[in-house]
Design a protein around this ligand. Structure first.
Ligand code: CTP
Ligand code: MG
Length: 190
């Protein structure tokens, strides 16, 4: 194992995780219409809030899955046997669906916790805002593809892929929110 092998492990860890990174940004574009909680509240506080819509959920989710299929297509050109970490098409598709919808479920969980804490829709919640989707993506994927999560992000040097992923996520989240704000898709730069 030399340095280059570890760099490859880190880059593949990021590459295969991209379908988890797109859905929440895509949800901003597709979002609107009926909120997922249909406007309902618990103890006077919205269950999820107006920032979580059905259109955003399914639009964002399908965008993530579509991206995953494109990534597998690109991988196939260079790595016919392992699809650069996705293993094979059907296995990869299962992983991609879990990553994409797991990210959105994590985001819902984040909003649910924010509302319970009395934090209004769109108001800042450090850590939760940045990592709720990562947690959701890993939990759902580990549930159905534990071995893959272990081999890709935990086993030996692969833990560096996870650390690299978390750092990139933090930087990307910040950059995307500033971009969304500048493009007037979001009201606040976080
Ligand atoms: N969005 C959506 N449906 C989702 C997730 C997101 O429609 N399931 C859209 C909404 O327009 C939302 C925007 O994407 O306002 C940004 O998402 P996010 O930052 O997660 O929501 P917030 O509005 O900040 O609300 P919260 O405080 O609940 O995070
Ligand atoms: Mg937000």
């Amino acid at each position: 194992m030399d340095v280059l092998d570890v760099v490859v492990i880190m880059l593949i860890g990021l590459w295969v995780f991209l379908p988890a990174m797109l859905p929440n940004s895509a949800a901003v574009v597709f979002g609107g219409g009926k909120p997922m909680d249909f406007g309902r509240s618990i103890n006077g506080k919205r269950i999820l809030g107006d920032g979580k819509t059905w259109r955003g959920f399914f639009g964002g989710g399908l965008a993530g899955v579509a991206l995953g299929i494109i990534l597998m297509g690109i991988s196939y050109i260079f790595d016919k046997d392992g699809l650069w970490g996705y293993i094979d098409f059907w296995k990869g598709l299962g992983i991609v669906i879990c990553l994409s919808f797991g990210a959105l479920l994590g985001d819902l969980m984040g909003s649910f916790i924010k509302r319970r804490l009395g934090i209004a829709r769109g108001k800042k919640a450090p850590i939760l805002d940045q990592f709720d989707f990562v947690i959701g993506a890993f939990l759902l994927t580990a549930l159905f593809h534990w071995r893959w999560v272990y081999d890709t992000y935990i086993h030996e040097w692969h833990i560096l892929a996870l650390i690299f992923l978390l750092i990139v996520t933090l930087l990307l989240h910040r950059a995307m929110n500033i971009l969304g704000y500048k493009m007037k898709l979001k009201d606040v730069p976080w």
